[in-house]
Design a protein. Structure first.
Length: 315
């Protein structure tokens, strides 16, 4: 069996491979160090350019299984890719813990006025009288109660939040007070204090956080996006924050990344921007490799793989 592996991960993966495995190394520009024409398996590593992926597809006509470390795969599902009959698995769950920790950070930073307090410390200015909030009995809506959404709920519940989740096929889940289906969350918007977007970017979710959604939220609501920038209509969000339809937002991802210096998002009132870093953790790499090795053993045994992407649904 021949595998295409990222150059930087070969040392970590090779000890776990079967003795008859052949490795073709690939660098970040898609350059291969050998013949990949009969390679069956490809483990990509955070592809930033579709032309790199297309270069691999062209070099590996026999490819049967592709594993990507990302949870979101919208950048992979290009028309060229969809023409091929390749099983795609993703890294759903691998980054859930650090992302969930970041979500709690965003919520606490807003509720406890941490940006203002840090600023006062830098100014050596003693000021009191902030409208600091408790999280107890506040309502958190998690749009996308998948692996990441469930890790968020597990960490939010001990703070006393009422937690509502949404997913395509609703079911009872630990730490959620209620799980609703598809678009049912829209009717709940006037009652929530915090909204976390944790859903994949698909044709259905592109800019689905639009003006009507933002106007439906109460003025004290706080919006958090750890999904993909494209799920939010940024022009509507800019208007919402400028005109105080909502209290603020935390964005770990935006439509154009890196966010251009001239973007008005940088200077909007009560916004917390992080550079798509919520999933970062020293443990992410080992979790990604462990998932790949687990699936490789199942692939060899002809067993169903974990985290198979429904390419039609987009996740």
């Amino acid at each position: 069996m021949k595998l295409i592996l990222p150059l930087d991960l070969v040392t970590d993966i090779e000890p776990h491979l079967p003795t008859d495995a052949e490795i073709v190394r690939v660098d970040t520009d898609g350059n291969l160090d050998g013949d990949a024409s009969d390679a069956e398996v490809y483990f990509s590593w955070f592809l930033s350019k579709s032309n790199v992926l297309h270069k691999i597809l062209e070099a590996a006509p026999a490819l049967r299984w592709h594993h990507a470390p990302n949870a979101g795969v919208n950048h992979i599902l290009t028309p060229t890719y969809l023409k091929r009959d390749i099983i795609l698995t993703n890294g759903a769950g691998v980054h859930a813990i650090p992302i969930a920790e970041f979500v709690i950070t965003y919520i606490l930073a807003h509720a406890k006025h941490l940006p203002e307090l840090y600023s006062l410390q830098a100014q050596r200015y003693w000021k009191r009288g902030f409208a600091i909030k408790e999280l107890t009995d506040a309502t958190l809506l998690i749009i996308g109660a998948g692996g990441i959404g469930q890790e968020i709920a597990a960490r939010a519940k001990p703070f006393g939040l009422k937690i509502i989740g949404s997913r395509r096929h609703p079911q009872e889940l630990p730490n959620f007070d209620k799980v609703v289906g598809a678009d049912e969350w829209r009717s709940l918007l006037p009652t929530v204090d915090y909204v976390v977007i944790a859903t994949p970017l698909t044709h259905e979710t592109k800019e689905f956080i639009d003006e009507s959604v933002l106007r439906s939220l109460p003025p004290h609501a706080y919006l958090i996006n750890i999904a993909r920038g494209g799920v939010i209509d940024e022009s509507a969000l800019i208007k919402a924050l400028t005109e105080a339809w909502i209290a603020g937002a935390a964005l770990d991802t935006v439509t154009t990344e890196p966010l251009p210096p001239e973007s008005p998002l940088w200077s909007l009132p009560n916004i917390f921007i992080t550079p798509h870093t919520s999933g970062h953790s020293p443990k992410s790499k080992q979790r990604s490799i462990a998932l790949f090795i687990y699936n490789l053993k199942r692939y060899q045994a002809g067993e169903p793989l974990r985290n198979v992407v429904d390419k039609e649904a987009g996740y």
